[in-house]
Design a protein around this ligand. Structure first.
Ligand code: ADE
Length: 229
């Protein structure tokens, strides 16, 4: 069983449409839809935006479905100027850019309890994701850090700060929480994002324009992944 989590329905709806032998289960406020996806056992959920929504959904998925791995897919803002709208980023690791206990001596981004700044993503899954993403025509694929926080980033200054601190290639609101919950349970994790905006002063306009296309690219990657392309 593979687990797939998107924050918004646009990020998983094309996959939901392909799911057969469907069974639905509600746990708390999360709905999990399991079945066959391109011949493989899979469970899908829309977790809602932000780190806590993502962590709750991921933990429930792990405890109720015991997935072999969990992939968080969807859209993101660019982490720097080398990444542009339409590109894809596969995470080497995820960070929580708004976690900050530096006034008491910790590095910015240190997540207490797991004691990590960079929460690792599974290397084998990442390799498969890069291959599957590279098969999507006309899309540039980057590998690097994905930075997560409970904020939509819409300023060049905020983006630069996150890039300077963490070398982030993409900014979004869930990957670091999905990776955190997976790490806590020893479940391999992947984060795949398609860029919908530059996370700058234009992002409020670009995001609604490009989200649908960007979201469809990351779902195409999942199809390639599960079909073994
Ligand atoms: N998801 C898509 N674009 C984003 C941005 N600019 N900031 C945070 N999350 C995003």
């Amino acid at each position: 069983m593979y687990g797939l989590i998107g924050a918004m329905s646009v990020e998983v709806e094309a996959l939901m449409d392909q799911l057969t032998d469907r069974q639905e289960k509600r746990i708390g406020m999360d709905v999990f839809v399991s079945g066959k996806l391109f011949g493989k056992d899979a469970v899908l959920s829309v977790c809602g935006p932000g780190k806590i929504n993502a962590a709750l959904c991921t933990q429930s998925m792990i405890l109720h479905y015991q997935p072999e791995w969990i992939l968080n897919l969807g859209v993101a803002g660019a982490g720097d100027a080398t990444v542009t709208i339409g590109d894809m980023v596969v995470a080497t690791a995820a960070v929580q850019h708004d976690m900050d206990t530096s006034p008491i001596g910790d590095p910015v981004g240190l997540v207490s309890k797991i004691n990590l700044v960079e929460i690792p993503c599974d290397a084998a899954l990442r390799e498969k994701l890069v291959k599957a993403a590279s098969a999507v025509a006309g899309v540039k694929v980057h590998e690097g850090i994905i930075a997560t926080g409970d904020q939509f980033i819409n300023s060049g200054e905020k983006r630069s700060r996150i890039h300077q601190l963490f070398h982030a290639k993409a900014v979004e609101m869930e990957g670091g929480a999905v990776a955190h919950a997976c790490y806590a349970h020893g479940v391999p994790c992947g984060v795949l994002r398609s860029i919908s905006d530059q996370a700058d002063g234009q992002s409020g306009m670009d995001y609604p324009t490009f989200t649908k296309l960007a979201a469809s690219h990351s779902q195409q990657v999942v199809e390639n992944l599960l079909r073994g392309v």
